[in-house]
Design a protein around this ligand. Structure first.
Ligand SMILES: Cc1ncc(COP(=O)(O)O)c(C=O)c1O
Length: 455
Protein backbone atom coordinates (compact mmCIF):
# COMPACT_ATOMS: atom_id res chain seq x y z
CA UNK A 1 0.00 0.00 0.00
CA UNK A 2 1.60 3.35 -1.00
CA UNK A 3 2.04 5.83 1.87
CA UNK A 4 -0.72 8.38 1.81
CA UNK A 5 -1.19 11.63 3.72
CA UNK A 6 -4.33 10.74 5.60
CA UNK A 7 -6.27 13.01 7.98
CA UNK A 8 -5.57 10.68 10.85
CA UNK A 9 -2.49 12.53 12.06
CA UNK A 10 -1.89 15.89 13.77
CA UNK A 11 -3.37 17.19 17.02
CA UNK A 12 -6.25 15.17 18.46
CA UNK A 13 -8.75 18.05 18.27
CA UNK A 14 -8.45 18.20 14.48
CA UNK A 15 -8.18 14.47 13.73
CA UNK A 16 -10.84 12.91 11.52
CA UNK A 17 -11.61 10.15 12.08
CA UNK A 18 -11.06 10.13 15.82
CA UNK A 19 -12.54 7.24 17.79
CA UNK A 20 -12.49 8.04 21.51
CA UNK A 21 -14.77 5.19 22.53
CA UNK A 22 -15.74 2.26 20.32
CA UNK A 23 -19.22 3.13 19.02
CA UNK A 24 -21.90 2.96 20.14
CA UNK A 25 -20.77 4.76 23.30
CA UNK A 26 -23.09 5.07 26.32
CA UNK A 27 -24.88 8.21 25.13
CA UNK A 28 -25.46 6.76 21.67
CA UNK A 29 -26.83 3.54 23.19
CA UNK A 30 -29.25 5.49 25.35
CA UNK A 31 -30.58 7.47 22.35
CA UNK A 32 -30.97 4.32 20.26
CA UNK A 33 -33.00 2.74 23.06
CA UNK A 34 -35.30 5.76 23.24
CA UNK A 35 -35.60 5.83 19.45
CA UNK A 36 -36.72 2.19 19.39
CA UNK A 37 -39.65 3.01 21.69
CA UNK A 38 -41.10 5.89 19.72
CA UNK A 39 -39.96 5.90 16.09
CA UNK A 40 -41.32 3.75 13.30
CA UNK A 41 -38.81 0.95 12.90
CA UNK A 42 -39.67 0.52 9.21
CA UNK A 43 -36.56 2.59 8.46
CA UNK A 44 -33.18 1.07 7.65
CA UNK A 45 -30.51 2.08 10.15
CA UNK A 46 -27.44 -0.06 9.58
CA UNK A 47 -25.26 1.08 12.48
CA UNK A 48 -25.89 3.04 15.69
CA UNK A 49 -24.55 6.46 14.75
CA UNK A 50 -26.19 9.19 16.85
CA UNK A 51 -25.14 12.59 15.58
CA UNK A 52 -24.33 15.65 17.67
CA UNK A 53 -22.95 17.92 14.97
CA UNK A 54 -21.41 17.85 11.49
CA UNK A 55 -19.30 20.12 9.32
CA UNK A 56 -17.91 19.54 5.81
CA UNK A 57 -17.18 15.81 5.56
CA UNK A 58 -16.92 15.39 9.36
CA UNK A 59 -19.67 14.02 11.58
CA UNK A 60 -19.34 13.98 15.39
CA UNK A 61 -21.44 11.63 17.51
CA UNK A 62 -22.93 12.25 20.95
CA UNK A 63 -19.98 10.46 22.63
CA UNK A 64 -17.39 12.71 20.97
CA UNK A 65 -16.26 10.33 18.19
CA UNK A 66 -15.49 12.00 14.87
CA UNK A 67 -16.18 10.22 11.58
CA UNK A 68 -15.29 10.81 7.98
CA UNK A 69 -18.62 10.92 6.20
CA UNK A 70 -18.67 9.08 2.88
CA UNK A 71 -22.49 8.92 2.88
CA UNK A 72 -23.37 12.65 2.76
CA UNK A 73 -26.65 11.70 4.45
CA UNK A 74 -27.55 9.36 1.54
CA UNK A 75 -25.99 11.48 -1.22
CA UNK A 76 -27.62 14.68 -0.03
CA UNK A 77 -25.23 17.22 1.49
CA UNK A 78 -23.44 18.01 -1.75
CA UNK A 79 -21.83 21.14 -0.28
CA UNK A 80 -20.79 19.32 2.90
CA UNK A 81 -22.51 19.54 6.25
CA UNK A 82 -23.55 23.03 7.32
CA UNK A 83 -21.59 24.92 4.67
CA UNK A 84 -21.29 28.47 6.07
CA UNK A 85 -22.72 30.13 2.93
CA UNK A 86 -25.68 27.74 2.95
CA UNK A 87 -26.28 28.28 6.67
CA UNK A 88 -26.17 32.07 6.18
CA UNK A 89 -28.73 31.93 3.37
CA UNK A 90 -31.01 29.66 5.43
CA UNK A 91 -30.82 31.92 8.50
CA UNK A 92 -31.41 35.12 6.53
CA UNK A 93 -34.47 33.68 4.76
CA UNK A 94 -35.82 32.16 8.00
CA UNK A 95 -35.59 35.60 9.59
CA UNK A 96 -37.53 37.17 6.67
CA UNK A 97 -40.30 34.50 6.49
CA UNK A 98 -40.32 30.72 6.72
CA UNK A 99 -43.42 29.72 4.78
CA UNK A 100 -46.21 31.14 2.68
CA UNK A 101 -47.02 28.20 0.34
CA UNK A 102 -45.55 28.62 -3.09
CA UNK A 103 -48.53 26.98 -4.77
CA UNK A 104 -50.96 29.68 -3.61
CA UNK A 105 -48.72 32.74 -3.42
CA UNK A 106 -45.64 34.17 -5.12
CA UNK A 107 -42.15 34.86 -3.75
CA UNK A 108 -38.86 35.65 -5.49
CA UNK A 109 -36.70 32.73 -4.26
CA UNK A 110 -38.93 30.16 -5.95
CA UNK A 111 -39.00 32.08 -9.24
CA UNK A 112 -35.21 32.59 -9.20
CA UNK A 113 -34.63 28.89 -8.54
CA UNK A 114 -36.97 27.82 -11.35
CA UNK A 115 -35.16 30.22 -13.72
CA UNK A 116 -31.87 28.57 -12.77
CA UNK A 117 -33.30 25.05 -13.18
CA UNK A 118 -34.39 26.11 -16.67
CA UNK A 119 -30.82 27.15 -17.47
CA UNK A 120 -28.89 24.25 -15.92
CA UNK A 121 -31.01 21.28 -17.03
CA UNK A 122 -30.19 19.79 -20.46
CA UNK A 123 -32.17 21.05 -23.46
CA UNK A 124 -32.54 24.48 -25.02
CA UNK A 125 -36.32 24.82 -25.11
CA UNK A 126 -37.78 26.83 -22.21
CA UNK A 127 -38.65 24.76 -19.16
CA UNK A 128 -40.84 24.92 -16.10
CA UNK A 129 -40.31 23.40 -12.65
CA UNK A 130 -42.73 21.88 -10.16
CA UNK A 131 -41.30 21.97 -6.63
CA UNK A 132 -41.98 19.39 -3.93
CA UNK A 133 -40.26 18.10 -0.79
CA UNK A 134 -38.53 14.84 -1.69
CA UNK A 135 -37.30 12.58 -4.44
CA UNK A 136 -40.36 10.38 -4.35
CA UNK A 137 -42.63 13.41 -4.80
CA UNK A 138 -40.52 14.60 -7.74
CA UNK A 139 -41.02 11.18 -9.38
CA UNK A 140 -44.71 11.17 -8.46
CA UNK A 141 -45.16 14.51 -10.22
CA UNK A 142 -43.28 13.18 -13.27
CA UNK A 143 -45.51 10.08 -13.35
CA UNK A 144 -48.70 12.16 -13.18
CA UNK A 145 -47.44 14.70 -15.70
CA UNK A 146 -46.58 11.95 -18.21
CA UNK A 147 -50.06 10.45 -17.99
CA UNK A 148 -51.67 13.89 -18.13
CA UNK A 149 -49.74 15.01 -21.19
CA UNK A 150 -49.95 11.84 -23.24
CA UNK A 151 -53.35 10.58 -22.01
CA UNK A 152 -51.70 7.14 -22.14
CA UNK A 153 -52.03 4.68 -19.24
CA UNK A 154 -48.85 2.57 -19.21
CA UNK A 155 -45.35 3.10 -17.84
CA UNK A 156 -42.08 1.29 -18.43
CA UNK A 157 -39.53 1.11 -15.62
CA UNK A 158 -36.46 -1.05 -15.02
CA UNK A 159 -35.64 -4.09 -12.93
CA UNK A 160 -33.44 -2.99 -10.05
CA UNK A 161 -34.80 0.57 -10.15
CA UNK A 162 -35.41 2.67 -7.07
CA UNK A 163 -37.72 5.65 -7.47
CA UNK A 164 -39.16 6.18 -3.98
CA UNK A 165 -41.82 4.87 -1.64
CA UNK A 166 -45.06 6.75 -2.27
CA UNK A 167 -47.54 4.59 -4.18
CA UNK A 168 -46.77 5.87 -7.70
CA UNK A 169 -42.99 5.92 -7.23
CA UNK A 170 -43.12 2.57 -5.41
CA UNK A 171 -44.95 1.06 -8.38
CA UNK A 172 -41.95 2.05 -10.52
CA UNK A 173 -39.49 0.67 -7.96
CA UNK A 174 -38.15 -2.89 -8.37
CA UNK A 175 -35.12 -2.89 -6.14
CA UNK A 176 -35.88 -4.96 -3.02
CA UNK A 177 -38.96 -7.07 -2.27
CA UNK A 178 -39.16 -5.66 1.28
CA UNK A 179 -39.95 -2.26 -0.21
CA UNK A 180 -43.11 -3.64 -1.88
CA UNK A 181 -44.10 -6.47 0.50
CA UNK A 182 -47.70 -6.19 1.79
CA UNK A 183 -48.33 -2.90 -0.08
CA UNK A 184 -50.09 -4.27 -3.17
CA UNK A 185 -52.10 -3.49 -5.14
CA UNK A 186 -49.82 -0.76 -6.40
CA UNK A 187 -50.57 1.64 -9.25
CA UNK A 188 -51.45 -0.53 -12.26
CA UNK A 189 -49.88 -0.26 -15.68
CA UNK A 190 -46.16 -0.47 -14.86
CA UNK A 191 -43.96 -3.03 -16.66
CA UNK A 192 -40.39 -3.61 -15.48
CA UNK A 193 -37.90 -4.46 -18.20
CA UNK A 194 -34.23 -5.50 -17.75
CA UNK A 195 -31.73 -2.68 -17.13
CA UNK A 196 -28.39 -2.56 -18.91
CA UNK A 197 -26.56 -4.38 -16.13
CA UNK A 198 -23.71 -5.65 -18.28
CA UNK A 199 -21.70 -6.81 -15.29
CA UNK A 200 -24.45 -9.34 -14.64
CA UNK A 201 -26.31 -9.45 -17.96
CA UNK A 202 -29.67 -11.23 -17.58
CA UNK A 203 -29.23 -12.69 -21.07
CA UNK A 204 -25.65 -13.83 -20.45
CA UNK A 205 -24.41 -11.62 -23.29
CA UNK A 206 -21.19 -9.68 -23.53
CA UNK A 207 -20.88 -6.01 -24.40
CA UNK A 208 -20.44 -4.78 -27.15
CA UNK A 209 -21.18 -7.93 -29.14
CA UNK A 210 -24.62 -8.03 -27.45
CA UNK A 211 -25.60 -5.17 -29.79
CA UNK A 212 -27.57 -3.62 -26.94
CA UNK A 213 -30.02 -6.47 -26.62
CA UNK A 214 -31.38 -4.84 -23.45
CA UNK A 215 -32.82 -1.92 -25.43
CA UNK A 216 -33.78 -3.89 -28.51
CA UNK A 217 -35.73 -6.41 -26.50
CA UNK A 218 -38.11 -3.63 -25.43
CA UNK A 219 -38.87 -2.91 -29.07
CA UNK A 220 -38.72 -6.48 -30.35
CA UNK A 221 -40.47 -8.32 -27.56
CA UNK A 222 -42.19 -6.09 -25.01
CA UNK A 223 -43.72 -3.72 -27.58
CA UNK A 224 -44.89 -6.63 -29.75
CA UNK A 225 -46.09 -8.99 -27.01
CA UNK A 226 -46.92 -7.19 -23.80
CA UNK A 227 -46.87 -3.38 -23.85
CA UNK A 228 -48.32 -1.68 -26.94
CA UNK A 229 -46.05 1.35 -27.35
CA UNK A 230 -48.89 3.67 -28.30
CA UNK A 231 -50.32 3.05 -24.79
CA UNK A 232 -47.04 3.91 -23.03
CA UNK A 233 -46.88 7.36 -21.42
CA UNK A 234 -43.24 7.24 -20.30
CA UNK A 235 -40.08 5.27 -19.79
CA UNK A 236 -38.65 6.06 -16.36
CA UNK A 237 -34.93 5.51 -15.97
CA UNK A 238 -32.10 6.21 -13.56
CA UNK A 239 -29.12 7.23 -15.75
CA UNK A 240 -27.01 5.22 -13.29
CA UNK A 241 -28.89 2.86 -10.99
CA UNK A 242 -27.92 3.96 -7.49
CA UNK A 243 -29.79 1.95 -4.86
CA UNK A 244 -29.77 -1.01 -7.29
CA UNK A 245 -25.97 -1.29 -6.91
CA UNK A 246 -24.33 1.69 -8.74
CA UNK A 247 -24.85 0.27 -12.20
CA UNK A 248 -23.42 2.35 -15.02
CA UNK A 249 -25.00 1.43 -18.35
CA UNK A 250 -22.89 1.12 -21.51
CA UNK A 251 -22.56 4.30 -23.60
CA UNK A 252 -25.28 3.41 -26.13
CA UNK A 253 -27.99 2.60 -23.61
CA UNK A 254 -29.48 6.01 -22.80
CA UNK A 255 -29.16 7.49 -26.32
CA UNK A 256 -30.86 4.38 -27.80
CA UNK A 257 -33.58 4.53 -25.18
CA UNK A 258 -34.16 8.24 -25.90
CA UNK A 259 -34.37 7.61 -29.67
CA UNK A 260 -36.79 4.74 -29.19
CA UNK A 261 -39.00 6.76 -26.85
CA UNK A 262 -39.13 9.59 -29.38
CA UNK A 263 -40.01 7.24 -32.22
CA UNK A 264 -43.11 6.03 -30.35
CA UNK A 265 -44.14 9.38 -28.84
CA UNK A 266 -43.20 8.11 -25.36
CA UNK A 267 -41.82 10.59 -22.82
CA UNK A 268 -38.42 9.86 -21.32
CA UNK A 269 -38.27 10.57 -17.59
CA UNK A 270 -34.77 10.70 -16.10
CA UNK A 271 -34.81 10.09 -12.36
CA UNK A 272 -31.78 12.16 -11.36
CA UNK A 273 -32.71 12.22 -7.69
CA UNK A 274 -29.42 10.54 -6.76
CA UNK A 275 -27.30 11.20 -9.85
CA UNK A 276 -28.20 14.87 -10.31
CA UNK A 277 -26.82 18.11 -8.89
CA UNK A 278 -23.18 17.40 -9.66
CA UNK A 279 -22.94 13.99 -7.98
CA UNK A 280 -21.47 12.23 -11.05
CA UNK A 281 -19.07 15.02 -12.04
CA UNK A 282 -21.58 16.72 -14.38
CA UNK A 283 -24.56 18.73 -13.19
CA UNK A 284 -26.83 15.93 -14.49
CA UNK A 285 -25.73 12.39 -15.26
CA UNK A 286 -27.57 12.33 -18.62
CA UNK A 287 -25.01 14.89 -19.82
CA UNK A 288 -22.39 12.11 -19.86
CA UNK A 289 -24.33 10.67 -22.79
CA UNK A 290 -25.70 13.87 -24.34
CA UNK A 291 -29.27 12.83 -23.70
CA UNK A 292 -32.12 15.30 -23.22
CA UNK A 293 -34.96 13.71 -21.25
CA UNK A 294 -38.48 15.10 -21.54
CA UNK A 295 -38.84 15.24 -17.77
CA UNK A 296 -36.16 15.29 -15.07
CA UNK A 297 -36.82 14.46 -11.42
CA UNK A 298 -34.38 15.93 -8.91
CA UNK A 299 -34.10 15.68 -5.12
CA UNK A 300 -31.41 14.83 -2.57
CA UNK A 301 -28.46 17.19 -3.32
CA UNK A 302 -30.45 20.16 -4.60
CA UNK A 303 -30.78 22.09 -1.33
CA UNK A 304 -27.81 20.82 0.73
CA UNK A 305 -30.02 18.91 3.15
CA UNK A 306 -33.24 20.91 3.28
CA UNK A 307 -36.16 18.88 1.92
CA UNK A 308 -36.78 19.61 -1.73
CA UNK A 309 -37.81 17.80 -4.88
CA UNK A 310 -38.03 19.33 -8.33
CA UNK A 311 -39.65 18.07 -11.51
CA UNK A 312 -38.46 19.89 -14.61
CA UNK A 313 -39.94 19.68 -18.12
CA UNK A 314 -40.27 21.82 -21.22
CA UNK A 315 -43.13 24.34 -21.16
CA UNK A 316 -44.85 22.19 -23.81
CA UNK A 317 -44.80 19.12 -21.59
CA UNK A 318 -45.45 20.97 -18.33
CA UNK A 319 -48.71 22.54 -19.39
CA UNK A 320 -51.42 21.29 -17.11
CA UNK A 321 -54.53 22.90 -15.78
CA UNK A 322 -54.39 24.98 -12.59
CA UNK A 323 -55.33 22.70 -9.70
CA UNK A 324 -54.25 19.49 -11.41
CA UNK A 325 -51.14 19.11 -9.24
CA UNK A 326 -50.03 21.16 -6.22
CA UNK A 327 -48.89 20.89 -2.59
CA UNK A 328 -48.52 22.96 0.57
CA UNK A 329 -44.80 22.94 1.27
CA UNK A 330 -43.10 22.48 -2.13
CA UNK A 331 -40.66 25.25 -3.03
CA UNK A 332 -40.44 26.37 0.58
CA UNK A 333 -38.56 29.72 0.61
CA UNK A 334 -35.88 28.55 3.06
CA UNK A 335 -35.20 25.44 0.96
CA UNK A 336 -35.17 27.58 -2.21
CA UNK A 337 -32.57 29.98 -0.75
CA UNK A 338 -30.49 26.99 0.31
CA UNK A 339 -30.76 25.55 -3.22
CA UNK A 340 -29.74 28.87 -4.82
CA UNK A 341 -26.49 28.92 -2.81
CA UNK A 342 -25.96 25.18 -3.34
CA UNK A 343 -26.13 25.58 -7.13
CA UNK A 344 -23.75 28.55 -6.98
CA UNK A 345 -21.25 26.44 -5.01
CA UNK A 346 -21.70 23.49 -7.36
CA UNK A 347 -20.97 25.69 -10.36
CA UNK A 348 -18.07 27.47 -8.62
CA UNK A 349 -16.04 24.30 -8.03
CA UNK A 350 -17.92 21.36 -6.53
CA UNK A 351 -19.01 19.66 -9.76
CA UNK A 352 -15.42 19.87 -11.01
CA UNK A 353 -14.17 18.54 -7.66
CA UNK A 354 -16.61 15.62 -7.88
CA UNK A 355 -15.21 14.75 -11.32
CA UNK A 356 -11.59 15.07 -10.15
CA UNK A 357 -11.85 13.28 -6.80
CA UNK A 358 -14.19 10.68 -8.30
CA UNK A 359 -11.62 9.81 -10.97
CA UNK A 360 -8.93 9.61 -8.29
CA UNK A 361 -11.01 7.34 -6.06
CA UNK A 362 -11.94 5.06 -8.97
CA UNK A 363 -8.28 4.77 -9.95
CA UNK A 364 -7.14 4.00 -6.39
CA UNK A 365 -10.02 1.61 -5.72
CA UNK A 366 -9.07 -0.30 -8.87
CA UNK A 367 -5.65 -0.80 -7.24
CA UNK A 368 -7.38 -2.08 -4.09
CA UNK A 369 -9.25 -4.53 -6.29
CA UNK A 370 -5.92 -5.95 -7.46
CA UNK A 371 -5.01 -6.68 -3.85
CA UNK A 372 -8.34 -7.83 -2.41
CA UNK A 373 -10.07 -10.97 -3.63
CA UNK A 374 -13.38 -9.84 -2.11
CA UNK A 375 -13.63 -6.92 -4.53
CA UNK A 376 -15.39 -8.12 -7.68
CA UNK A 377 -15.88 -4.77 -9.36
CA UNK A 378 -15.39 -1.05 -8.81
CA UNK A 379 -17.67 1.19 -10.84
CA UNK A 380 -19.29 4.59 -10.94
CA UNK A 381 -18.95 8.13 -12.15
CA UNK A 382 -17.80 11.16 -10.19
CA UNK A 383 -18.57 10.68 -6.53
CA UNK A 384 -21.18 7.96 -7.01
CA UNK A 385 -19.08 4.83 -6.71
CA UNK A 386 -19.86 1.20 -5.91
CA UNK A 387 -17.50 -1.50 -4.65
CA UNK A 388 -19.04 -4.87 -5.44
CA UNK A 389 -18.15 -7.60 -2.93
CA UNK A 390 -17.93 -11.18 -4.22
CA UNK A 391 -16.77 -14.53 -2.87
CA UNK A 392 -15.68 -15.60 -6.32
CA UNK A 393 -14.86 -13.29 -9.20
CA UNK A 394 -15.70 -15.90 -11.81
CA UNK A 395 -19.10 -17.01 -10.51
CA UNK A 396 -19.85 -13.59 -8.99
CA UNK A 397 -21.19 -15.31 -5.88
CA UNK A 398 -22.26 -12.41 -3.71
CA UNK A 399 -20.37 -11.64 -0.49
CA UNK A 400 -23.37 -10.19 1.32
CA UNK A 401 -22.30 -10.91 4.91
CA UNK A 402 -18.77 -9.78 4.18
CA UNK A 403 -20.07 -6.52 2.65
CA UNK A 404 -22.15 -5.89 5.76
CA UNK A 405 -19.20 -6.72 8.00
CA UNK A 406 -16.94 -4.32 6.08
CA UNK A 407 -19.43 -1.47 6.52
CA UNK A 408 -19.71 -2.17 10.27
CA UNK A 409 -15.94 -2.36 10.74
CA UNK A 410 -15.41 0.87 8.77
CA UNK A 411 -17.98 2.53 11.06
CA UNK A 412 -16.06 1.40 14.14
CA UNK A 413 -12.87 2.80 12.60
CA UNK A 414 -14.57 6.12 11.87
CA UNK A 415 -15.49 5.86 8.19
CA UNK A 416 -19.19 6.18 7.37
CA UNK A 417 -20.38 4.14 4.40
CA UNK A 418 -23.68 2.79 3.09
CA UNK A 419 -24.60 -0.30 1.15
CA UNK A 420 -26.67 -0.61 -2.00
CA UNK A 421 -27.83 -3.55 -4.07
CA UNK A 422 -27.26 -6.75 -2.13
CA UNK A 423 -23.48 -6.82 -2.08
CA UNK A 424 -22.24 -3.35 -2.98
CA UNK A 425 -20.61 -0.66 -0.84
CA UNK A 426 -21.83 2.78 -1.89
CA UNK A 427 -19.38 5.68 -1.80
CA UNK A 428 -21.19 9.02 -1.94
CA UNK A 429 -19.23 11.61 0.05
CA UNK A 430 -19.99 15.33 0.07
CA UNK A 431 -18.70 16.83 -3.19
CA UNK A 432 -16.15 18.97 -1.35
CA UNK A 433 -13.92 16.15 -0.13
CA UNK A 434 -10.18 16.64 -0.42
CA UNK A 435 -7.50 14.29 -1.68
CA UNK A 436 -6.41 13.82 1.93
CA UNK A 437 -9.90 12.73 2.95
CA UNK A 438 -10.06 10.36 -0.03
CA UNK A 439 -6.72 8.87 1.05
CA UNK A 440 -7.94 8.43 4.61
CA UNK A 441 -10.99 6.52 3.37
CA UNK A 442 -8.82 4.35 1.09
CA UNK A 443 -6.48 3.51 3.97
CA UNK A 444 -9.36 2.42 6.18
CA UNK A 445 -10.97 0.39 3.41
CA UNK A 446 -7.66 -1.30 2.65
CA UNK A 447 -7.16 -2.25 6.31
CA UNK A 448 -10.74 -3.46 6.75
CA UNK A 449 -10.73 -5.58 3.56
CA UNK A 450 -7.45 -7.13 4.80
CA UNK A 451 -9.02 -7.93 8.18
CA UNK A 452 -12.19 -9.43 6.71
CA UNK A 453 -10.31 -11.49 4.14
CA UNK A 454 -7.94 -12.74 6.87
CA UNK A 455 -10.70 -13.61 9.32
C1 LIG B 1 -33.04 7.48 -7.88
C2 LIG B 1 -33.91 7.80 -6.71
N1 LIG B 1 -35.17 8.23 -6.93
C3 LIG B 1 -36.01 8.55 -5.92
C4 LIG B 1 -35.60 8.44 -4.61
C5 LIG B 1 -36.54 8.79 -3.50
O1 LIG B 1 -36.10 9.95 -2.86
P1 LIG B 1 -36.65 10.31 -1.39
O2 LIG B 1 -36.09 9.31 -0.46
O3 LIG B 1 -36.16 11.72 -1.16
O4 LIG B 1 -38.13 10.26 -1.46
C6 LIG B 1 -34.30 7.99 -4.33
C7 LIG B 1 -33.83 7.84 -2.94
O5 LIG B 1 -32.88 7.18 -2.64
C8 LIG B 1 -33.44 7.66 -5.41
O6 LIG B 1 -32.18 7.21 -5.19
Amino acid sequence: MPKRKSGNRGPVRSRVPYIKIVPPGPKARAWVNRDEQVLSQSVTRIYPLVIEKARGAMVEDVDGNRYLDFTAGIAVVATGHSHPEVVKAICEQAARFVHMSGTDFYYPAQVKLAEIMDRITPGKSPKRTFFSNSGTEAVEAAFKLARYQTRRPLMIAFQGAFHGRTMGALSLTASKAVQRRHFSPLVPGVTHVPYASCYRCPYGLTYPSCKMHCVNIIRDWYFKSLVPPEDVAAIVVEPIQGEGGVIVPPPEFLPMLADMAKEFGILLIADEVQTGMGRTGKMFAVEHWNVQPDIIAVGKGIASGLPMGATVASTDVMSWQAGSHANTFGGNPVACESALVTIELLQRNLVANAAKLGAYLLQELAKLKDRHRLIGDVRGKGLLIGIECVRDRETKEMAIQERNDIIQRCFRKGLLLLGCGQNVIRIVPPLLITRREADTALEILDAVFTDVEGG
